[in-house]
Design a protein around this ligand. Structure first.
Ligand SMILES: Nc1ncnc2c1ncn2[C@@H]1O[C@H](COP(=O)(O)OP(=O)(O)O)[C@@H](O)[C@H]1O
Ligand SMILES: [Mg+2]
Length: 262
C-alpha cells in the first residue's frame, strides 16, 4: 500500500431511516458530496441530530447508504475494514483487559500480535502510560482511557481514523492536552483524520479544513479551508476571526432549519 492511501470520496449520499416511532421516514442525510485527501485532517461540525454520526458510520462501513456511494481509495465501502479505525466518545475499552491487552487487541485480530509486543510497548509510551500498562480501565482517568482508545485504533496503522466526538466527555484542560496528543499522533502516522466535534475551537485548532453541516435534512452547508500554520494559537486574531465566521455560519444554518420547519 502506498503512503498516499486514505482517500475518501462521498458521492451524492442520502440516508433515510424508517422510524416506526414516528410512523414515518426520516431523511438523515441528503445529497452529500465530500472529498477528503490522503493525510488530510478535516473536521465536521453541526448541531446535534444533523447526521454527523450517521455520516461517519457510513464511512466506517457500519451503516449503508440509501442512495449514493462512499469510496475509500477507489473502492466502494461495503463493510468495516481495519484500514479505517473508529474512536467514539464513550471509551469502548474492554473492562476485563489491561491497558496492554486492550491496545494489543486490534493486532490480535489481524494475527500480528506475536511479532508486535515491542510495538504495543512503543504505543503505550507514545501516550505516556508506561506505568499503567498493567492497569485496568476502571483504574484510569477519563483522559487516560481515551488515550488508550486512540492508540488502540492507531496501532494497526489505519489509513483513515474516524473520530466521533472522542474528547467530548473530557474536562477542558484534559481536552486541550488530548488535542495536542492527536496532532502528535497525526504527525507521526500521517493518516487521514476525520473528526466530528461540537467544539468549534477544537475544529479550528486541529483541522486543515472544516465542513459545516446544516440539519434536517443533514447537508453540507459550507466548507472552510484553514491556512493557519501549526501549532495554532487560540487567541491569535486569525483564530478568533475564523471562530466568529464559523459561529455566524452555524447560526445561519440553524435559521435555515427554522424556516424549513415552518
Ligand atoms: N439507527 C437509526 N434509526 C433511526 N433513526 C436514526 C438512527 N440513527 C440516527 N437516526 C436519526 O438520524 C438523525 C441524525 O442522527 P445522528 O447521525 O446521530 O446525528 P448527530 O451525530 O449529528 O447528532 C437523528 O434524527 C437521529 O434520530
Ligand atoms: Mg453524533
Amino acid at each position: 500500500m502506498s503512503g498516499q492511501a486514505g482517500h475518501i470520496i462521498v458521492k451524492n449520499l442520502t440516508k433515510i431511516f424508517a422510524r416506526s416511532d414516528l410512523n414515518a421516514t426520516l431523511v438523515a442525510l441528503e445529497n452529500l458530496d465530500m472529498e477528503i485527501l490522503p493525510t488530510e485532517f478535516i473536521s465536521i461540525v453541526g448541531t446535534s441530530g444533523c447526521g454527523k454520526s450517521t455520516l461517519l458510520r457510513i464511512i466506517a462501513g457500519l451503516e449503508t447508504a440509501t442512495f449514493g456511494q462512499v469510496f475509500c481509495d477507489g473502492e466502494a465501502i461495503r463493510d468495516t475494514d481495519p484500514r479505517r479505525g473508529l474512536v467514539f466518545q464513550e471509551h469502548s475499552l474492554f473492562p476485563w483487559l489491561s491497558v496492554r491487552d486492550n491496545i494489543a487487541f486490534g493486532l490480535r485480530a489481524t494475527g500480528k500480535y506475536r511479532s508486535s509486543v515491542e510495538l504495543v510497548d512503543r504505543m503505550i509510551s507514545i501516550v505516556g502510560l508506561q506505568e499503567f500498562a498493567n492497569s485496568y480501565p476502571h483504574q484510569l482517568s477519563g483522559g487516560m482511557r481515551q488515550r488508550v482508545s486512540l492508540v488502540r485504533a492507531l496501532i494497526v496503522s489505519p489509513n483513515v481514523l474516524l473520530l466521533d466526538e472522542p474528547l467530548g466527555a473530557l474536562d477542558s484542560f484534559t481536552r486541550m492536552n488530548m488535542q495536542d496528543e492527536l496532532l502528535r499522533l497525526w504527525n507521526e502516522h500521517r493518516n487521514t483524520m476525520i473528526l466530528i466535534t461540537h467544539d468549534v475551537d477544537e475544529a479550528i485548532y486541529l483541522s486543515q479544513r472544516i465542513y459545516i453541516m446544516s440539519p434536517r435534512p443533514g447537508r453540507i452547508a459550507c466548507e472552510i479551508p484553514l491556512r493557519i500554520s501549526y501549532p495554532r494559537n487560540r487567541s491569535s486574531s486569525e483564530f478568533v476571526n475564523v471562530r466568529n465566521m464559523i459561529l455566524r455560519k452555524l447560526d445561519f444554518a440553524k435559521e435555515e432549519q427554522e424556516d424549513y420547519n415552518l
